[in-house]
Design a protein around this ligand. Structure first.
Ligand SMILES: Nc1ncnc2c1ncn2[C@@H]1O[C@H](COP(=O)(O)OP(=O)(O)OP(=O)(O)O)[C@@H](O)[C@H]1O
Ligand SMILES: [Mg+2]
Length: 425
């Protein structure tokens, strides 16, 4: 990949994902701005007080700074079309247009897209009325997964253990309106079994540059128990994704997806996050598409990366990637430190100690922290910090991350002690 001079980059978002992106861009020698960012990100970038929902403000900021590249972190502004606005204003953007981001914004549309293009995925049915939804549940051999079609901040999916649980989930969406318009259409989906893998594909719409396969841990409790969260940890690479599986994924999923979007006049530029289920025979199925980096997976992926990513993003944003490739990286892992009570009701504003200490090959990515007037660190959210480490082996990365976790304290701090264990056995 060609080398490039120092670029000015604007990143939109305020969590651990955006901190990892900012750290990476700065590490590659670029000038980094983030809006709205957080106090932890301020250690790696210039922070601007513009909300992700303020598309006018984002466009104005990007123009005022005269940035060379804008990277949009979260899904909401992507689905709402902030990239279309930025492109219209003459800016270079790494991120999909609203039309391409629909693959995340509407699960019903994504399933129909996969059906049109022969992409392997679970059998499904879309319903929009309560009575139809309840009746349709019975056409599946076992209770299907129930999904609010629209964006629901990671809370719109139920994997039921009984028909009663599936019915309750359908009622929440189509009866009680719990997710508003996002739940007014529901996708019912055959339950798949196997191992989940997160695959990130950087693309200009045609070529695919992949990162290492990653796995995250969504449940709050050890042994994958308790409610779903934004993610309690992640690691890469995922051993289940071997060379044979990779070949099948690229041929049967990534290529037809990119080609399908091109054929429909909405080429995808940015990072396509393919959530995969690999069954016991090694066959891959798409669980979902997202139109952005996943957090915390992005943390170990970017921290362990052995090749520059900014040139890939620049080329992709210009529709000018030269070839498909996979970027090399070291094994790496993130352990999330979360507040007491997360993901339900959490306490914030608690002092954090141990942040100033530095350990080699360990990096903290801030999600929910802030500094008070005296510069002391306080918790400010459910997920507080991603403690990320890299090494020559995954085992080494995990032990480095856990060692660093032991020196960070705040009241009620919770973490999972089993991040990555499946990959070690
Ligand atoms: N068909 C399925 N079979 C088995 N498990 C599933 C299925 N669909 C979803 N799941 C489980 O539910 C989780 C969430 O589903 P999905 O990824 O579609 O929702 P999401 O809310 O968009 O997630 P994210 O916040 O990661 O984007 C998956 O990671 C998987 O563990
Ligand atoms: Mg999703």
């Amino acid at each position: 990949m060609m080398s490039m001079g120092r670029l000015r980059i604007l990143i939109i978002g305020n969590g651990g994902r955006e901190h990892a992106l900012a750290w990476r861009c700065r590490h590659e020698g670029h000038e980094v701005h983030v809006a709205p960012g957080n106090d932890g990100i301020a250690e790696d970038a210039v922070i601007h007080d513009v909300a992700t929902s303020d598309h006018d403000g984002v466009v104005q900021l990007a123009r005022r700074l005269n940035v060379d590249l804008v990277i949009v972190g979260p899904e909401q502004p992507l689905v709402e079309g902030v990239v279309d606005r930025l492109i219209h204003a003459g800016l270079r953007v790494f991120g999909p247009t609203a039309a391409a981001a629909e693959l995340e914004g509407s699960k019903a549309a994504a399933k129909a897209f996969m059906a049109r293009h022969g992409v392997p995925t679970a059998r499904y049915q879309t319903v929009a009325h309560l009575a139809d939804g309840l009746a349709a549940l019975r056409s599946f051999a076992e209770p299907p997964v129930v999904k609010a079609s629209g964006l629901a901040a990671g809370k719109g999916v139920t994997v039921p253990e009984s028909l009663a649980e599936a019915e309750a989930a359908v009622r929440e969406c189509l009866g009680d309106g719990r997710f508003g318009a996002a739940g007014s259409t529901v996708v019912l989906e055959q339950r798949l079994r196997g191992q989940e893998v997160s695959l990130f594909v950087l693309t200009d719409g045609t070529h695919a540059v992949t990162l290492l396969p990653a796995q995250d841990h969504k449940r709050v409790g050890e042994g994958d128990t308790g409610p779903n969260t934004g993610g309690m940890g992640a690691y890469c690479p995922a051993p289940v994704y071997d060379a044979a599986t990779r070949g099948r994924v690229m041929e049967s999923i990534v290529e037809p997806t990119l080609a399908g979007l091109r054929a429909e006049g909405r080429p995808f530029v940015g990072v396509l996050f393919v959530g995969l289920m690999i069954d016991e025979t090694g066959a891959p199925f798409v669980i979902e598409y997202n139109c952005r980096f996943g957090d915390p997976e992005v943390q170990p992926l970017l921290y362990g990366l052995r090749a520059p990513i900014v040139p890939v993003m620049m080329a992709a944003s210009a529709g000018a990637l030269e070839a498909s490739a996979s970027l090399p990286g070291r094994p790496a892992a993130t352990v999330v430190l979360a507040s007491e009570g997360y993901p339900l009701k959490t306490r914030v504003g608690l002092p954090i100690t141990g942040l100033d200490h530095h350990a080699p090959d360990v990096q903290l990515f801030h999600a929910g922290t802030r500094r008070d007037a005296d510069g002391r660190w306080l918790t400010s959210g459910g997920r507080v910090l991603g403690v990320c480490a890299r090494a020559e082996t995954l085992r080494g990365a995990l032990s480095r991350a856990y060692e660093r976790c032991a020196s960070i304290e705040f009241e009620g701090r919770q973490l999972r002690r089993d991040i990555g264990v499946r990959a070690l056995s």
